[in-house]
Design a protein around this ligand. Structure first.
Ligand SMILES: *Cc1c(COP(=O)(O)O)cnc(C)c1O
Length: 229
């Protein structure tokens, strides 16, 4: 068995255990394989092991991978999870299925305008910074609510939930403390939004804490593909 296939199996097992611990089914938590900087053959190994959802941080790199696999594996789902510059929105709107990192109204507006209508709405998440540090990406809780009301009015965007990237932290209790505010905002915001079902939190080193806090999608890179070069 290839090491990537083995790693995927292990991660799936970790998700399973973490979900059961908090009384949920493992299929409540989706696995996004973060393939940034990883070569095509590593991605192909993951695809052949059954992985369908991939996350990329850099627009050009992501698009060349999307195009490479498009004909052979048409059912893959590509998520853009990196910072968004406004001159890249057009390329993102035309190639990706999901965007996790919306943190400005202007970016939402451009994605909405530039999404080809025939593709159906782009599935989007708002990136929230719950640590209150200005240096970190993401909007605060009040800004997230305003941005959500704006996205609700965009016909070519479907607001699916929230995403966060907390500070690296090795203590699992502190990891959970960092996820808790996003989980409660998620529960508050979903009450009037039937499609609001995705809480994107948890990476290789904090996925158990994220799942215990209510994550529905973990973004895993190094634990699948090895450490980044
Ligand atoms: C790189 C990256 C990940 C994956 O991180 P690992 O620690 O390698 O699992 C998840 N989310 C985002 C936004 C990333 O940039």
């Amino acid at each position: 068995m290839s090491s990537i296939k083995q790693n995927l199996k292990q991660i799936t097992h970790r998700i399973d255990i973490a979900a059961k611990k908090s009384g949920k089914n493992a299929d409540c938590v989706k696995l996004l394989a973060v393939s940034k900087t990883k070569p095509l053959d590593a991605i192909e190994e993951a695809i052949l092991a059954g992985q369908k959802m991939f996350g990329e941080n850099y627009v050009q790199e992501g698009i060349s991978k999307i195009q490479y696999f498009k004909d052979t594996f048409p059912s893959l789902e590509w998520h853009f999870i990196g910072p968004i510059q406004s001159n890249k929105t057009h390329a993102i709107a035309e190639h990706f299925h999901w965007v996790h990192s919306i943190e400005r109204k202007k970016i939402a507006q451009r994605l909405n305008e530039q999404r080809p209508r025939s593709y159906g709405p782009l599935q989007v998440l708002i990136q929230v910074n719950t640590s209150g540090e200005n240096s970190k990406s993401g909007v605060n809780i009040e800004e997230a609510k305003l941005l959500a009301h704006y996205i609700d009015t965009c016909p070519n965007l479907m607001l699916r939930g929230l995403m966060c990237i907390p500070q690296p932290e090795s203590n699992p209790e502190k990891q959970q403390d960092a996820f808790a505010p996003l989980a409660s905002l998620f529960n508050e915001m979903r009450t009037h939004r039937p499609h609001f079902d995705t809480l994107s939190m948890g990476m290789s080193d904090d996925m158990e804490a994220a799942i215990a806090s209510g994550s529905t999608l973990v973004r895993i890179g190094s634990a699948i593909f090895g450490h980044r070069d």
